[in-house]
Design a protein around this ligand. Structure first.
Ligand code: HEC
Length: 148
């Protein structure tokens, strides 16, 4: 790296550090859901017919008819409730990896918007129902392959 570029890059890093993460209007800083009820979340899942397109890991729902996208199961990364709420109330914001593998040309989620009919309580309970279904699996990584 030449010295001019180095000064520029370190300057940018200092500015980023000083400005503090999450200090902008769209930040999720301060976002906190009340505790939900997983059992009522499961009822809401059926009442809103989420099971038309989703199966939930470890739960025996009637088979999905439109899509078959598994919610929950093994994941390498914690699913935060911020991510789950966003997937439910703003489905096109981040399209799920599993779905992108199926349809690469679509930028809009085919998941319907439930915001007009879903109550806040249902949303909170849905998150309480879904979040524990994701199981963190630590990738099998051995930094010393010659010393198992
Ligand atoms: C018509 C089909 C359909 C219905 C009904 C539906 N979804 Fe989805 N959902 C999808 C598709 C397709 C995706 C993947 C694209 C995306 O990420 O938006 C998805 C993604 C998700 C994700 C993100 C998954 C991930 O791994 O990131 C969550 C959470 C979710 N849906 C929850 C729900 C809940 C809760 C309901 C009911 C309130 C629901 N969905 C109803 C089709 C549907």
């Amino acid at each position: 790296m030449n010295s001019k570029l180095f000064v520029l890059v370190s300057g940018a890093l200092v500015v980023a550090a000083l400005s503090g993460c999450g200090n902008y209007p769209q930040s999720s800083r301060g976002f906190r859901l009340p505790d939900g009820n997983a059992e009522k979340g499961q009822q809401a899942f059926l009442a809103l017919q989420c099971n038309q397109c989703h199966q939930v890991d470890g739960v025996d729902f009637p088979a999905p008819k439109k899509f078959n996208l598994l919610l929950g199961g093994d994941t390498a990364r914690l699913k935060t409730y911020g991510e789950l709420v966003t997937s439910i109330i703003n489905p096109s914001h981040v399209l799920s990896d599993k779905y992108q593998q199926q349809l690469t040309d679509s930028k809009e989620s085919p998941m319907p918007k439930f915001n007009a009919e879903m109550t806040v309580e249902q949303l909170v309970d849905l998150v309480a129902f879904l979040q524990p279904r994701y199981k963190i699996v630590v990738p099998d990584y051995n930094p010393y392959p010659y010393y198992p």
